[in-house]
Design a protein around this ligand. Structure first.
Ligand SMILES: Cc1ncc(COP(=O)(O)O)c(C=O)c1O
Length: 350
């Protein structure tokens, strides 16, 4: 069975973790600092604070920005549930926006349509490896949090995502673009904000009390992360190569392939087909052909909390399916995925 996603773990990754284990200093230490520097340098921002998940990164970013009960935070509905949880953790009210039906991302016009005087921040996720178009969010005059959990290394107008907003977050969960098993990071040019996040992630040896968290990353994870960042350009190049292969072999099928949006250099965290028909049937047929496919988003957020009125989100969710794409996918597996897609779509037509 060809899995839907798989991490890329090399002997160097394993050695780096073993070196930390052998050193005897395995909790948060110098290796975490090195990892923070390497991610910040890659993205092109002044600094980063590593934490134990992308959700924790969002949680601390929201606290550091002063978001609290009574405030509203805008985020797209076409999104995994973690950012919604982070907004709720600080007691704020999530306000969903619809998305651009082409890119699947939030844009400034749609965000403005749901803004109010209570809006205190906006979360702009770059979904599925595709950069959001960043113009116009500044007009809202609230902090912009870029969510790069699925898109580290993607570029918009030549600049890495994560370097546009007031603050950005990453996730290093097992199946993300780079991994530390579980992990995340807050990135920013704002040293004061980073210092606030650094203070909040650790409760120990403080001279005054406030509610703080144990959101620390370990040096074992950071060693793996540092190796992964080093190879990130290769990971991205391979993802793009596979996407090009799929673009080519699936070009004549009656499906919509990933869009090429102006100024966007996606990294293909997911390769999403808009099949215009029943996604569940497609997934079942592909499984019979030994290929695991998934909806890129399990359920849009508005559906989970029983809201309606998000036409593009519903439409994109209904007919989008993600096929395996990751650096460990062999040439033979790519062929098998492409063959399966052709079969599944012709079965669907009968
Ligand atoms: C867009 C997005 N934001 C945030 C997160 C949360 O990251 P984590 O799973 O590391 O908490 C995820 C994780 O799937 C995600 O896809």
């Amino acid at each position: 069975m060809i899995s839907h996603s798989r991490p890329t773990i090399s002997p160097e990754d394993i050695k780096s973790v073993c070196d930390v284990l052998e050193s005897g200093a395995i909790a948060q230490g110098e290796v975490v600092k090195e990892f923070e520097r390497s991610v910040a340098a890659f993205v092109g921002v002044k600094g980063g604070v590593a934490v134990n998940s992308g959700t924790a990164a969002l949680h601390l970013a929201l606290i550091a920005l002063g978001v609290q009960t009574g405030d509203e935070v805008i985020l797209p509905s076409y999104l995994c549930v973690a950012p919604l949880n982070a907004v709720r953790y600080v007691g704020a009210t999530p306000v969903f926006s619809d998305i651009d039906p082409g890119t699947g991302n939030i844009d400034a016009e749609r965000a403005k349509a749901v803004a109010s005087e209570k809006t205190k921040a906006i979360i702009v996720p770059h979904m599925l490896g595709q950069p959001a178009q960043m113009e116009g969010f500044g007009d809202l005059r609230v902090p912009v949090i870029e969510d790069c959990a699925q898109s580290i290394g993607a570029r918009y107008k030549g600049k890495c995502v994560g370097s546009f907003g007031d603050v950005a977050i990453c996730s290093f969960y097992a199946t993300k673009v780079i991994t530390t098993g579980e992990g995340g990071m807050v990135l920013s040019d704002n040293e004061e904000l980073l210092e606030a996040v650094r203070d909040l992630r650790d409760y120990d040896e403080k001279t005054s009390y406030m509610t703080r968290f144990n959101y620390k990353m370990t040096d074992m994870q950071a060693a793996l992360g540092t190796e992964q960042v080093r190879r990130l350009p290769d990971f991205i190049a391979t993802r793009r190569q596979i996407a090009k292969f799929y673009d080519h072999v699936l070009a004549d099928l009656p499906v919509r392939l990933p869009v090429k949006a102006t100024g966007c250099e996606p990294i293909f965290y997911r390769y999403v087909l808009r099949i215009g028909s029943d996604v569940e049937d497609f997934i079942k047929t592909m499984e019979d052909l030994n290929v695991v496919c998934r909806r890129p988003i399990y359920r849009p957020l508005h559906q989970l909390v029983n809201q309606t009125g998000f036409k593009n989100t519903d439409q994109v969710w209904n007919d989008s399916v993600s096929v395996p794409i990751y650096p460990m996918l062999t040439d033979q597996e790519r062929e098998q995925v492409a063959f399966g897609v052709k079969r599944a779509l012709s079965v669907g037509k009968q």
